[in-house]
Design a protein around this ligand. Structure first.
Ligand code: AMP
Ligand code: ZN
Length: 477
C-alpha cells in the first residue's frame, strides 16, 4: 500500500489524493519550451518544478511516462491569435531559417536543462513540426462534430458549443481574452474562440512564411494550442493523469487544450492540472519577450554551479511567486556547497556507506513533505536537520550521509558525484590545460574566451562546471 501523495489540482482548486488511471503507472505531460530563443531561469523554474514532480512520482513507486513537447511552430507573440509568429521573428532577428533557429535553441535547451540542471529526460520530447498530420486530424475530428467554423484568416473553435468552457480558468475568460488581444477579430463569433488552423497570409505585400503546410483548408499552420492536445493524446492516450505548465497557461492555453480535446473525444482530457508560479526579476516577470531574462550561461559566468539555481528553486513552494536576485542565488550556492562538503567527507567510505541504514524518521519526514503537494522548502529543511545530526563526523555521520543520498533522488543535486569524486575526475593534461586557461579567462572576465575554451573542452569529451570551490570537470555522458 503506497503512502498518500497529495497534489493541488488547478481544476478542483484543492489538494487531492493522487491516484493514477492505471495502477502503478502515471502519464505526465508538460508544456515545453518555445524554441525561438534561449530558455531562461523563469522557464527553468517551471521546468524544474515539473522535474521534481517526475522524481516524486518515481519516489512514490510509480512508473512514469513523461512527455514534454518542443514548440517549434506557429506560436504567436500574444496569447490570442493575432500578432507576430515568435519563430519567424526569431529567424528574422538572426538572419537564419526558422528550422535552424528551432534546431539551435532546442539543443541549447537540452544542454541547459538535462546536462547543467540535471533534469531527468522525459520519455518523449516530441516536436510540433513532426506532428502536423496529427494536428490536422484533430481539427478534422472537431470539424466532423461541428465544433469549428471558418473565417477569412483560419478555422476556429466555437467555444459556445462547449457548456463547461473555461472551467479551469480562475478569472472571467471573456474579459481576459479581450484584454490580451492585440487586435480585435470582428469575424470571430465569441472573443474566446481560438484558431485551430491559420491560413498563410496571401496577397500583395504578405510576408512569406517559412513554415507552412498543406491542409484540407488550404496552406497554413496550426493554431498554437493544438500541438499539445494532439501530441499528448498520441503518446499518452485520450485521458492522461497529470498535465502541467506555468501559471500563465491556465487561463488560455490549457483552457483551450481542454476544450478542443474533450470536444473531440467526449472524454476528460487531463485528470490533474498543476501550475507553477512565476519568478520575477526586480518585481517584473522574467520573460523572453521582455528582454530581462537571465540564462544558465549567465549563472555560470558569475561563477556559480547551475545546481545552485536548482537548489534555489527548491526553497520556494512551486505555487508561490518567487523573485530572483544574485544575492539569493549566492545564498543558495553557499548552502549547496555545505551539503556537497558534507557528503564529500564520506569519500573513500562508499562500501560502508552502502551498508549503512538511513535515518528512518528523517526519511518519513522528508516523504511527508514531498507528498504534501511537493513541499520542497520543508523537504530541504529536513535535509538540513539531517546534516546537523551527522555533524562532527561521529557515529551519526554515515547514516546522515546515506539519508541525504537517498533524498537526492528527488533533490537532484548530484550528491553521489561529490562522494565518489566523480565530480572531480582524472582529466588528460591537454584538457586540464584548457581548464586552467579558462580559469584565467574567467578571472580576467574575458567571457568570450572562457566560452570558447568551454567549447574546446566539450569537443574533447569533457564538461566543466564552475563550483565556488573551483572548476569541476566531468567526462561527458
Ligand atoms: P515558453 O518557452 O515561453 O513556451 O515557456 C515555457 C514555460 O515557462 C511555460 O510553462 C511558461 O509558463 C513558463 N514560464 C515563462 N516565464 C516564466 C517565469 N518568469 N517564471 C516561471 N515560469 C515561466
Ligand atoms: Zn502546451
Amino acid at each position: 500500500m503506497k503512502k498518500q501523495l497529495r497534489l493541488y489540482n488547478s481544476l478542483s482548486r484543492r489538494k487531492e489524493t493522487f491516484t493514477p488511471l492505471s495502477a502503478g503507472q502515471v502519464t505526465l505531460y508538460t508544456c515545453g519550451p518555445t524554441v525561438y530563443d534561449y530558455s531562461h531561469l523563469g522557464n527553468f523554474r517551471t521546468f524544474l518544478f515539473e522535474d521534481v514532480l517526475h522524481r516524486v512520482l518515481l519516489w512514490a513507486g510509480y512508473r512514469v511516462k513523461h512527455v514534454m513537447n518542443i514548440t517549434d511552430v506557429g506560436h504567436l507573440v500574444s496569447d490570442a491569435d493575432a500578432g507576430e509568429d515568435k519563430m519567424e521573428k526569431g529567424a528574422r532577428r538572426e538572419g537564419k531559417s526558422v528550422w535552424d533557429i528551432a534546431a539551435f535553441y532546442t539543443g541549447e535547451f537540452e544542454r541547459d536543462f538535462f546536462d547543467s540542471l540535471n533534469a531527468l529526460r522525459p520519455d518523449v520530447l516530441p516536436k510540433a513540426t513532426d506532428h502536423i498530420a496529427e494536428q490536422i486530424a484533430l481539427v478534422q475530428r472537431l470539424e466532423d462534430k461541428g465544433f469549428t467554423y471558418r473565417i477569412s484568416d483560419g478555422v476556429y473553435f466555437d467555444t459556445a458549443r462547449v457548456a463547461d468552457y473555461g472551467k479551469l480558468a480562475a478569472v472571467d475568460i471573456d474579459q481576459l481574452q479581450e484584454g490580451a488581444r492585440v487586435e480585435k477579430n470582428p469575424e470571430k463569433r465569441q472573443p474566446a474562440d481560438f484558431a485551430l488552423w491559420k491560413f498563410s497570409p496571401a496577397g500583395v505585400g504578405a510576408a512569406q512564411r517559412q513554415m507552412e503546410w498543406d491542409s484540407p483548408w488550404g496552406k497554413g499552420f496550426p493554431g498554437w494550442h493544438l500541438e499539445c492536445s494532439a501530441m499528448s493524446m498520441k503518446y499518452l492516450g485520450e485521458t492522461l493523469d497529470i498535465h502541467t505548465g506555468g501559471i500563465d497557461h491556465r487561463e488560455i492555453h490549457h483552457t483551450n487544450e481542454i476544450a478542443q480535446s474533450e470536444a473531440a473525444t467526449g472524454k476528460p482530457f487531463a485528470r490533474v492540472w498543476m501550475h507553477g508560479e512565476f519568478i520575477t526579476v526586480d518585481g517584473r516577470r522574467m520573460g523572453k519577450s521582455l528582454g530581462n531574462f537571465i540564462r544558465v550561461a549567465d549563472v555560470v559566468a558569475r561563477g556559480f554551479d547551475p545546481s545552485a539555481y536548482r537548489y534555489m528553486t527548491l526553497l520556494t513552494h512551486y505555487r508561490k511567486p518567487a523573485n530572483f536576485t544574485w544575492e539569493g542565488l549566492a545564498a543558495a550556492d553557499a548552502a549547496l556547497q555545505r551539503v556537497w562538503r558534507f557528503v564529500a567527507s564520506a569519500a573513500g567510505r562508499q562500501a560502508e556507506l552502502k551498508d549503512t541504514a538511513v535515518l528512518e524518521d528523517a526519511v518519513r519526514d522528508f516523504e511527508a513533505a514531498i507528498f504534501d503537494d511537493l513541499n520542497m522548502p520543508q523537504a530541504v529543511g529536513v535535509a538540513q536537520r539531517v546534516m546537523e545530526i551527522g555533524a562532527g563526523g561521529g557515529k551519526d555521520f554515515l547514516p546522515a550521509a546515506a539519508t541525504l543520498l537517498k533524498f537526492d533522488a528527488v533533490l537532484g543535486l548530484r550528491l553521489a558525484e561529490h562522494v565518489t569524486g566523480a565530480a572531480q575526475v582524472d582529466v588528460p593534461a591537454a584538457v586540464q590545460k584548457l581548464v586552467d586557461a579558462r580559469e584565467v579567462a574567467r578571472a580576467t572576465k574575458n567571457w568570450t574566451e572562457a566560452d570558447r575554451l568551454r567549447d574546446e573542452i566539450s569537443a574533447a569529451g569533457y564538461e566543466v562546471d564552475d563550483a565556488a570551490s573551483g572548476p569541476v570537470v566531468r567526462k561527458k555522458s
